[in-house]
Design a protein around this ligand. Structure first.
Ligand code: Z5A
Length: 207
């Protein structure tokens, strides 16, 4: 039996890292084996590419190079981590996946959606998440939470208008694919956010 693939998405500081461990605990309480991973990253090479992508103190990365690096990292991640786990019946819980490319590169950077779509098919074949939780909050809420953590990376130094476009692109995706992408109101306090997540994950497990 194949494992199922869940991704967690959202803008800056909305609580993905905080809540992914909570989702893992919900799945494990239902005797489901879970692999926790993230993008960009998940393999040694993909993690090295993540470092390059987040480092703002280097030569400027062109938009095209950024998109290709993200998909190059994704190709490694799928072949060596995601697919082997799913084939063993392990559920994969991923902090960001390709919806982030549509939101950040397609929305934030206004890159050609057709190019992203082509790369998605080229790199992933028919692999898509079975469920995506989109943690959504007003941009300023997420930014306030993220800035409290200190040093900002290459994406986090972008202007607020960039993150508004990212948020709009994520919500448009959720609107287009309501069966897969479930929106969680992440502006609420943690207890309320986790109550929403609990309901969605429980429903998904028993589907
Ligand atoms: N990127 C891309 O451009 N294209 C792609 O295809 C992919 C990625 C896959 C790295 O992602 C960057 O890669 C990302 C987009 C780009 N850049 N950005 N921005 P990342 O996921 O590692 O980076 P991130 O979005 O900056 O994640 P984050 O800042 O770590 O945010 P988070 O994980 O969503 O939030 P958190 O760390 O769980 O929470 C932030 C703080 O808020 C923390 O102190 C929590 O305790 C607190 N928190 C969390 N929830 C609550 C609630 N409900 N109330 C109050 N406080 C809360």
């Amino acid at each position: 039996m194949l494992g199922r693939f869940i991704s967690l998405e959202g803008g800056e500081g909305v609580g993905k890292t905080t809540n992914i461990a909570y989702i893992q605990s919900l799945l494990e309480a239902n005797d489901i084996s879970v692999l926790l991973t993230r993008e960009p990253g998940g393999t040694p090479l993909a993690e090295a590419m993540r470092q390059l992508l987040l480092d703002k103190n280097q030569e400027q990365i062109t938009e095209q190079a950024e998109l290709l690096m993200i998909f190059a990292a994704r190709a490694q991640h799928i072949k060596y981590v995601i697919k082997p786990a799913l084939e063993q019946g392990i559920w994969v819980l991923c902090d960001r996946f390709t919806d982030a490319s549509y939101a950040y590169q397609g929305g934030g950077r206004a890159m050609d959606i057709a190019a992203i779509h082509w790369l998605e098919n080229f790199v992933q074949g028919d692999l898509r998440p079975d469920l995506t939780l989109l943690l959504d909050a007003p941009v300023q809420v997420g930014m306030n939470r993220a800035t409290q953590r200190g040093k900002l990376d290459r994406f986090e130094v972008e202007q607020i208008t960039f993150f508004e476009k990212v948020r709009a692109a994520y919500l448009a995706l959720a609107n287009q694919q309501p069966a897969r992408i479930k929106v969680v109101d992440a502006a609420q306090n943690l207890e309320q956010v986790q109550a929403q997540i609990h309901r969605l994950i429980t429903q998904f497990i028993h589907d």
